[in-house]
Design a protein around this ligand. Structure first.
Ligand SMILES: Cc1cc2nc3c(=O)[nH]c(=O)nc-3n(C[C@H](O)[C@H](O)[C@H](O)COP(=O)(O)OP(=O)(O)OC[C@H]3O[C@@H](n4cnc5c(N)ncnc54)[C@H](O)[C@@H]3O)c2cc1C
Length: 377
């Protein structure tokens, strides 16, 4: 027996597809509704920490993920100015335990494609161009409306529909993401051979400059600045801003600037933070991933936390007989304190940058969170 037999999922990001995969493996019928017309082919890179890699292994996609990305160890800090000298080499904390590398980078579209192919191979029915717009609950089930038409009645609806979650609104949860005061420019560029791990530059004209390798030939580069209204900016202006704001950084940034000058697109987004207090469910509807919590990527844990939500929820759904208060209590007990610790630490790290607090123990905070993550969720 399982607690549910039919599940609808809003969204097709990491949280949605991880849940879909685990539920389908247990024989549960899963329909995924994704508002976008197709799987993302564009996008930057993502850093995946060990605790995310451990979950990919459980999903059955770890080998493919490793193949499609760039595994690395350690973190280097460099200084602005000529030669971009390395000023610190920070050791690894294997947040997925000893069986997985500390971290890796990969192109976001590759991650999306691997999860989608795996979910569909297990029988998950994925509909693109299908926006969840409404729901109606009873004791017997939840009727899900897609583009204002009934798509059927399910035992459970999982709202894995991201930061601006419609499902969160539909169940009356008012907590919403708020700006942390920082914005980030990102560009997907070629990898100079000397870049073999994530490197961060503190000091200079922006809060943080950095890059992370995502493959033999690729990496993503970023500049974190004070959040500004960048709405309506043209592609050429965006690239020019990254060029201008990165001039203080030498070394691999020369190669990044060459790519930007040759047309590598730059995109901008604000950092947000929020955590929905328990419960994350209302009856037969639950939110997970960015719908439930968000944080600045200062320790690159957002996707890992989304995956952990999906993993713990699906484990409970397939091992319990009833969708009852006991199931939800255990879900919240296992997920909320952990997600909250990540949101608080990630936000604190950003705030220390904004405040210019040079004495803050950033290394200690990062180390503490990584150790916490090393115990499975
Ligand atoms: C600048 C930046 C950098 C980041 N870097 C990292 C990093 O390096 N490492 C890391 O771990 N995390 C990082 N994160 C966080 C990470 O991207 C997110 O935490 C993670 O992608 C959340 O996954 P999700 O599945 O919850 O949501 P999403 O990936 O946002 O998926 C939600 C999906 O729902 C769909 N959708 C929305 N509304 C509806 C609807 N009504 N009906 C149907 N579908 C709908 C959307 O189209 C989308 O496909 C970063 C975040 C930002 C902003």
């Amino acid at each position: 027996m399982t607690a549910v037999h039919t599940v609808a999922i809003a969204g097709s990001g990491a949280a949605a597809l991880a849940a879909a995969i685990q539920l389908a493996k247990a024989g549960i019928a899963v329909d995924v509704f994704e508002a976008k017309a197709e799987v993302s082919a564009l996008g930057s890179g993502i850093t995946l920490q060990g605790n995310a890699l451990r979950i990919f292994d459980a999903l059955g996609v770890w080998d493919e993920i490793r193949e499609a990305g760039y595994v690395f160890s350690g973190l280097h800090l460099r200084a602005p100015g000529p030669g971009a000298p390395v000023v610190a080499q920070l050791p690894d904390v294997n947040s997925g335990g000893p069986d997985y590398p500390a971290a890796m980078g990969m192109p976001r579209p590759e991650l999306a494609r691997i999860l989608l192919v795996h979910a569909e191979s297990l029988g998950v029915n994925v509909r693109f161009g299908a926006r969840v717009t409404g729901l109606a609950q009873s004791d017997a089930g939840v009727e899900v409306f897609v583009d204002d038409e009934s798509a059927g009645t399910y035992d459970l609806l999982i709202g894995a529909d991201g930061l601006n979650s419609t499902v969160r609104d539909l169940i009356g949860i008012e907590t919403k993401p708020e700006s942390t005061g920082m914005g980030i420019w990102r560009s997907f560029v070629s990898r100079p051979a000397e870049v073999e791990r994530s490197e961060l530059y503190y000091g200079g004209p922006v809060y943080i400059a950095g890059y992370t390798p995502t493959g033999d030939d690729s990496m993503y580069a970023f500049l974190v600045e004070k959040a500004q209204d960048r709405v309506g900016i043209s592609d050429a202006e965006a690239a020019q801003i990254m060029l201008d704001e990165s001039r203080a950084y030498d070394g691999p940034w020369n190669s990044i600037r060459a790519d930007l000058a040759a047309g590598a697109p730059a995109n901008y987004t604000w950092f947000t933070k929020h955590i929905v207090p328990a419960p994350w469910n209302r009856g037969r509807v639950v939110i997970i991933g960015d719908a439930a919590h968000s944080c600045p990527p200062t320790i690159a844990q957002g996707a890992a936390q989304a995956l952990e939500d999906a993993f713990v929820l699906s484990e409970l759904l397939v091992t319990r007989d009833e969708l009852d208060a006991g199931l939800w209590d255990e879900f919240h007990a296992r997920r909320l304190p952990r997600a909250q610790a990540v949101v608080e630490a990630s936000t604190q790290l950003g705030q220390w940058q904004i405040d210019g607090d040079r004495d803050a123990d950033a290394g200690g905070l990062i180390f503490g969170i990584a150790q916490k993550m090393a115990a499975p969720a």
